[in-house]
Design a protein around this ligand. Structure first.
Ligand code: R5P
Length: 307
């Protein structure tokens, strides 16, 4: 049986994804739950009130940043402020999906480093610790002035799916930036891994994959990425790999955002199943979600919030 640090309490975000994950985290760690009262004013502004006593307690706010990203971020800011106002000992944010993480530098002059702006705002609101699941680039968490932990969900995910090592299996990331993801997953399975070179036109958003000399002929490929949004990255990878002789595919991502038209695009490319963490709302019938709360709990333990 896990014991919580004295006084730790989980505050649930108002959406179903945050509630489910928060309850799961609390149940695994034997933590008390607090569901704030929450409403929207007629003009759309958010209101919340912590109805539990959080004074001198370690408060863990669970709020995924979907949907929608902007109100989720604002809810997180309000929750931290409410906890500090109520004399919380510390406030930790569990943001299973951290939005704005892909804008981790100013690609064009005049752009913000959005993730930096968000992380600094969260810290300023009162969060001293942050746990997130597979942020786009873990390095960007250095912009958080407190302590941050990036949960790598893939080993837990492949174990839950029941994927086993085989000589015909290879793990592939759609670009060099995601190679670490392929490495973690491949080493867990004991199979080979590689990446495809990807170019994204910053003006049109068009993605192209440069041919790479991968020996995927006759192989079953696990494609791993942090996010599926429009699906075009995965579809481009599959088309390229199929041309190179790959015989089958599994798609594993941390966050299946599935923007408008993505499911249709993926189905047309022959994708019948996507395995994703339960960090965002379940969209489309081809997505199978895996509960990553146990991996988040490990992250909270690493930060010393719970034992
Ligand atoms: C980009 O660098 C990310 O790692 C993902 O590959 C990308 O966000 C996926 O987006 P989409 O599904 O729209 O291609």
């Amino acid at each position: 049986m896990n014991r919580s640090a004295p006084g730790a309490i989980v505050v649930l975000g108002p959406d179903e994804v945050s509630k489910a994950l928060g309850k799961s985290i609390a149940s695994i760690s034997s933590l008390e739950l607090c569901e704030p009262s929450y409403k929207r004013f007629p003009d759309g502004e958010q209101y919340l009130r912590l109805t539990c006593d959080v004074s001198r307690r370690h408060v863990i706010v669970v709020k995924t940043f979907m949907p929608d990203q902007d109100s989720s971020a604002l809810f997180a800011l309000l929750a931290a402020d409410a906890a500090k106002e109520a004399n919380a000992e510390s406030v930790t944010l569990v943001a299973p999906y951290l939005a704005y993480a892909r804008q981790d530098r100013a690609f064009l002059s005049g752009e913000p480093v959005s993730v930096r702006a968000l992380l600094r705002a969260l810290w300023a609101a009162g969060y001293s610790r942050l746990v997130t699941v597979e942020v786009h680039k873990p390095d960007s968490l250095k912009e958080f002035p407190g302590t941050a932990y990036n949960v790598r969900p893939y080993p837990l995910m492949v174990d839950s799916i029941g994927l086993r090592s085989s000589k015909d299996l290879v793990v592939l990331s759609p670009d060099l930036g995601a190679l670490e993801r392929a490495k973690i997953l491949a080493e867990h399975l004991g199979v080979g891994y590689d990446y495809l070179e990807k170019l994204r036109d910053r003006y049109t958003g068009q993605v192209s994959v440069k041919p790479k000399s991968l020996d995927v002929n006759g192989k079953h490929v696990i494609i791993v990425d942090d996010i599926i949004s429009t699906g075009s990255t995965v579809v481009t990878a599959i088309n390229e790999l199929r041309r190179a002789g790959a015989t089958g595919f599994d798609v594993i991502v941390a966050h299946a955002l599935l923007a408008e038209g993505a499911e249709e695009r993926l189905r047309s490319a022959g994708v019948s199943a996507i395995y994703a963490a339960n960090t965002t709302p379940l969209r489309g019938s081809i997505v199978h979600q895996i509960n990553v709360a146990p991996a988040i709990v490990n992250g909270l333990r690493s930060l010393g919030i719970i034992h």
